[in-house]
Write a protein that binds this ligand. Structure first.
Ligand SMILES: [Fe+2]
Length: 210
């Protein structure tokens, strides 16, 4: 085998004895890995793709609470915001908790979501498996430092539901691959800041479509 080009992105929760981890392979999606990564940086999609589960498009109070931060380094793009999740998000936080939500996309196609709440921390590590330009699968690892002795069934079922909702949205996006020329698609939302930085990062690495 050739030498690895990049290290495995950081995911310290996996080896941390304070955390319990389960994993599952989701595939194959008719979507590019770039579209999956970009979706994870899209704050607005929580309200619209996951109504009642991670947000509510009709309730202005459930929308993103500032501050919303985006940072970029050599290896990735990171965003952070605070939000109240609906009661149905019980596997992530207690009702009424104001959570801190972080997403990091590591170049090119791995992303990690971390949710910090009164209850503790949950980290979701998504390792995409590109199959062809418009098809991919992904491994999801979820690590939590609470409810360690509870069966994983409800955690897996909740993610199954979230992934089915994301899938419905992502497979319809056109063009199939994310264009990294920022003039190709119109960006008007503040919530696009993370996605714009992701496209810039891909472009810096000489990638035109992802
Ligand atoms: Fe989603």
């Amino acid at each position: 085998m050739e030498e690895p080009k990049l290290p495995i992105p950081e995911y310290p929760e996996y080896a941390d004895p304070e955390f319990h981890t389960w994993s599952k392979y989701y595939g194959d999606w008719d979507a590019s890995p770039g579209r999956l990564c970009e979706n994870s940086l899209d704050i607005a999609h929580l309200d619209f793709a996951h109504p009642g589960l991670l947000g509510d498009p009709d309730d202005p109070n459930s929308s993103v609470i500032k501050p919303y931060e985006t940072r970029v380094d050599d290896g990735g793009v990171w965003t952070m915001f605070y939000k109240e999740l609906p009661p149905a998000a019980e596997t992530f936080a207690e009702e009424g908790d104001r959570i801190r939500h972080e997403t990091r996309v590591d170049f090119p196609f791995v992303f990690t979501v971390r949710i910090f709440s009164e209850r503790g921390r949950v980290a979701l590590f998504f390792a995409t498996n590109p199959i062809q330009s418009d098809k991919c699968g992904f491994w999801l690892f979820e690590s939590r430092d609470y409810d360690q002795n509870e069966p994983d069934d409800k955690y897996i079922a909740f993610n199954d539901l979230l992934e089915s909702q994301d899938r419905r949205v992502i497979v319809t996006q056109r063009p199939e691959m994310v264009p990294t020329d920022l003039s190709e698609e119109l960006h008007v939302k503040v919530a696009d800041a993370g996605s714009i930085e992701y496209r810039r990062m891909l472009r810096r690495h000489g990638i035109s479509f992802a």
